[in-house]
Design a protein around this ligand. Structure first.
Ligand SMILES: NC(=O)C1=CN([C@@H]2O[C@H](COP(=O)(O)OP(=O)(O)OC[C@H]3O[C@@H](n4cnc5c(N)ncnc54)[C@H](O)[C@@H]3O)[C@@H](O)[C@H]2O)C=CC1
Ligand SMILES: O=C(O)C(=O)[C@H](O)COP(=O)(O)O
Length: 384
């Protein structure tokens, strides 16, 4: 059997996972058009392709997969009405986003001169795969965590959920909801002018969900006022053409790469590969793990002189330092307006290999039990 798979060129390992199924046509996800997909049997996308009737009407496509957690770019109701199978990649890069947030938290604690970062209270808005895993890690690390998830609160009365106002009162507020324009719990501009106004100068706001969950113009206005919160944004309204003024005003600005660990990306491909296998009735023969290269950094060693949080922060920064992504995005904002969108996308397309904490073995000689537990809770492998 031979089939045509049209795929976003930025999905890694297309040949390794899908090469046996038929021909693969690689297309720029941002520029994908109806004529690119008209003769395809299978369409594989990332978050930048809007999968709507105008892309698929009249095509041969019978299966759509997105190698992402978010699905706001997919008209799922239309796919269902038209008998087109669909799969996303839930949880694929959740740990990558969690490590991004932890890395931002560590930088923030240093910026504020906070000796024990677990003294910070953290409000998590949206407690699914990402928010839930973040909550588990923070809880083990000793943070006070408030969980806000009204859709879950409705069906899980036994869990102690906070209101949005309670979550927004924490030292750190981090957003992990899907983008929902309508429905019972919309998240479009969930943080608008009023809620942004209520945030204080001693708070940190992190958004790694979707840009539209925060009203960017209202945020820009708020950041021009006294007592403005410190802000870390990974996602932006109108990507890739984002507001340079907003980049200028936020503390950390990254180009939608929170989920871009190599593990997260490969798991995204693996999950849609498994779904294509199920759809076609083929056995699953490949796994993301078999394609993970040896990490460039494989071992770290700390001695009895290591101080608890400082040592953990050093290890985290060795794996991932968000300030590098921030610096690159700021450089792009210095370009001519007509070049910025393409340059934003290039930062994402050419993203350097970033490995998760679990790829590093940490050796601890004579260090405290607290430090050992911290490394374990962060997800590092301990070398005994
Ligand atoms: N920046 C990046 O690189 C990445 C961003 N994302 C974004 O993160 C989002 C969350 O990912 P997951 O946790 O895996 O999704 P998920 O679907 O597992 O969890 C989302 C949670 O948000 C809750 N929720 C929905 N509406 C809400 C509201 N109005 N207020 C509070 N909670 C609400 C849901 O009940 C659910 O528990 C994705 O939809 C995607 O948009 C995901 C991966 C990477
Ligand atoms: O998984 C998601 O949802 C994300 O936001 C992805 O990390 C975004 O990556 P691209 O699909 O835009 O490459």
């Amino acid at each position: 059997m031979s089939m045509l798979i049209v795929a976003d060129e930025n999905i890694p390992l297309l040949d390794s996972f899908f090469g046996d199924f038929g021909e693969i046509r690689r297309v720029s996800g941002r520029l994908m058009k109806a004529e690119d997909v008209a003769d395809a049997d299978v369409l594989l996308v990332r978050s930048v392709t809007r999968v709507t009737p105008s892309l698929l009407q009249g095509s041969r496509v019978k299966f759509v997969g997105t190698a992402t957690i978010g699905t706001d770019h997919i008209d799922q109701a239309w796919l269902e009405e038209n008998g087109i199978a669909f799969c996303a990649a839930p949880g694929c890069n959740a740990n990558s986003v969690v490590e991004y947030v932890l890395s931002v938290l560590a930088l923030y604690a240093e910026r504020r001169g906070i000796e024990d970062w677990s003294e910070l209270s953290v409000g998590i808005v949206g407690v699914g795969n990402v928010g839930g895993e973040l909550a588990r890690k923070l809880d083990r690390l000793g943070f006070t965590v408030k969980l806000c998830d009204p859709p879950r609160a409705e069906v899980e009365p036994e869990v102690d959920f906070a209101t949005l106002d309670e979550a927004l009162d924490c030292d750190v507020v981090t957003l992990h909801t899907p983008l929902e324009i309508g429905g019972a719990h919309p998240t479009y501009h969930l943080l608008g002018a009023d809620r942004l106004q209520a945030l204080r100068g001693d708070q940190l706001l992190i958004n790694t969900s979707r840009g539209e969950v925060v009203d960017n113009q209202a945020l820009l206005n708020r950041l021009g006022q006294p007592e403005a919160p410190v802000v870390a944004l990974d996602v932006w309204e109108q990507e890739p053409v984002i507001m340079p003024e907003l980049v200028n005003k936020v503390w950390l600005a990254t180009p939608h790469i929170a989920g871009y660990s190599l593990e997260g990306k490969l798991q995204g491909t693996e999950i849609i590969y498994q779904a294509v296998c199920r759809f076609l009735g083929f056995p699953v023969r490949k796994q993301a793990g078999q394609f993970l290269p040896e990490p460039a950094l494989s071992k770290l060693s700390f001695t009895s002189s290591a101080e608890d949080d400082a040592a953990a922060f050093t290890a985290m920064r060795c794996c991932y330092d968000p300030r590098r992504d921030d610096a690159n995005l700021r450089l792009v904002m210095g370009l001519d307006a007509s070049e910025r969108g393409a340059a934003f996308d290039r930062l994402r397309k050419d993203y350097p290999v970033r490995r998760e904490f679990s790829s590093v073995k940490v050796q601890l000689k004579g260090t405290s039990k607290i430090l050992r537990d911290t490394f374990k809770d962060l997800g590092f492998k301990l070398k005994i």
